[in-house]
Ligand binder design. Sequence first.
Ligand code: SF4
Length: 419
Amino acid sequence: MPLALKQVFRAQQLSLDDVCAKYPQFPRLIAIKIDVQRRGVHYTEAALSVVDPKRHQVRGSYIFGARDGQLTPVPESLVLRDGTTILTDTAPIEQNPYVVDLVDGELWLTDAGTPVEPVELWAEPAYYDKVTSSGVPMKYVITARPQRLNIFQSGYCHFWANGKGCRYCDIVNHVKEQRKEWGIPTRLRPQDVKETLIEALKEPGRFTNICLTAGSDTRGEKAFDSEVNFYIELLQAVGEVFKTRRFPSQLIATAFNEEQLAKIYIETGLTSYTADIEVLNEDIFNWVCPGKAEWVGYREWKRRLARAVDIFGRGNVGNGLVGGVELAKPHGFKTEDEALQRTLEEAEELATQGVTTVYIVWVPRPGSDFRDQKNASLEYYVRLAQGLHDLRVEYGLGVDFDDYRRCGNHPDSDLARLL
Ligand code: SF4
């Protein structure tokens, strides 16, 4: 969409102040987080001058790329004054993002030159400067979120093998770039993971959860056996670091069948399992996620989520949405009201079966098929966050493994702190 049209479109939407006035029960700082994620940020030279890569955590290894298509070492996250984290996505200035600038020597989020909120930066974890015995920088083996350690096996996603990757996804382009620029290994070695974890846990009290994720791997005697076996290998290496049988952890992976899930549960110390369906509507799912549709199918994906509850327990099974992608053109929902109603109906159906649903704000990334699309309005994202949170309250579902402390990237689970 041309910039002039984008600005007209945005002018027709409710502003941050309008949305906060219309939904006074919704925390303003979380509304700000959402708005920053949907519009992106730009760092001024003055702001970047106070970023110290020795003290602050800067953007590093990740599965998906940024909205500006760059790998520049900008801060990984901003922290608001109530502790809310905003994983930042840098956007070109022409796209009218929020701007992080220096105001009287302090870092502030600003919008059109007006200071909005003071911000701080995440401290770099102590282990980021260390190297494994095989010579891999530890910051490329495990990355940090607020209190979570991410083991992102940044491998290839096999749904792209026949061009059927999710249409909002840029994993293949991004991973290639990261490997070229930083020499990140194509496959993590369990020994490197173990060594890095041991170092990370030396920092007292900082980390409380471990998360593993990667692209889908369709290979194996049964589809996805190869993915299952690799996660088991990594989780067993993680388990060697703990004295207890189980350790606080989350696996975000493909929707595996019951046999595969039981194998993971029995052979490792994993405590929670998430399989992201991405969009809660069968027709739109078939269009947006053709690989998932081909290899698992919409109804089967949902069935497997429900069956995972039998193994991991109620409240320990999650489902993630790319919030707003259900409105993508031309086959998405036509209005935000319809999208919200239909999405929450299906999320409720999952909640009745013990599956909790969270969302991330969809970022139309330049390396994806949906690069020219537009994400949803701030009002939509606020209503979606409130709706998913309300479902958790109504059905008594926790989200400890994916909340504001652990992940920090889901506006709906930021609301868990209000309980
Ligand atoms: S499952 Fe979809 S979103 Fe995830 S890595 Fe593969 S193509 Fe990308």
